[in-house]
Design a binder for this molecule. Structure first.
Ligand code: HEC
Length: 114
């Protein structure tokens, strides 16, 4: 009985860890999207990396509360990413709660420490 309880508890803890890992986003996947000219249906033939090589210039983005890109104000990093998708990559804004957004945001956050 005790072993069963331990097994069940570990399973619960494990699934929390897994769901957290997904929600937190994947830096490697985010970097791949950052380099993908087709990301978010982009038709400009440019990836994020074309204008932000190796993420240069985005080192402070993770801590910003407000952005001003292409003459508009954005209130979050997700909105900033979406404005670049629409205006720069000529793609379609993605769901701010999507896995792709979590991935790209975690890549941008990873630039902070460099
Ligand atoms: C055609 C060039 C271009 C492309 C492509 C582009 N951006 Fe940008 N981006 C800019 C410009 C210009 C700014 C505003 C000036 C600045 O802050 O560097 C900006 C600003 C940003 C900022 C805010 C920087 C800050 O801290 O104020 C983020 C975050 C960002 N871009 C992410 C992305 C992502 C993610 C992609 C790919 C989906 C992308 N950009 C594609 C040109 C581009």
């Amino acid at each position: 009985m005790k072993t069963l309880k331990i097994a069940l508890l570990s399973l619960i803890v494990f699934s929390f860890v897994i769901s957290y890992a997904f929600a937190a986003g994947d830096i490697v996947k985010g970097k791949a999207l950052f380099n993908d000219i087709k990301f978010a249906g982009g038709t400009a033939g440019k990836s994020c990396n074309s204008c932000h090589p190796e993420g240069r210039g985005l080192e402070k983005s993770a801590d910003k509360k407000e952005f001003n890109i292409f003459g508009k104000t954005q209130k979050s990093l997700e909105e900033a990413v979406n404005i670049c998708i629409e205006m720069a990559n000529k793609g379609k804004a993605i769901d701010v709660k999507s896995a792709e957004m979590a991935d790209i945001v975690s890549y941008i956050k990873s630039l902070k420490t460099k």
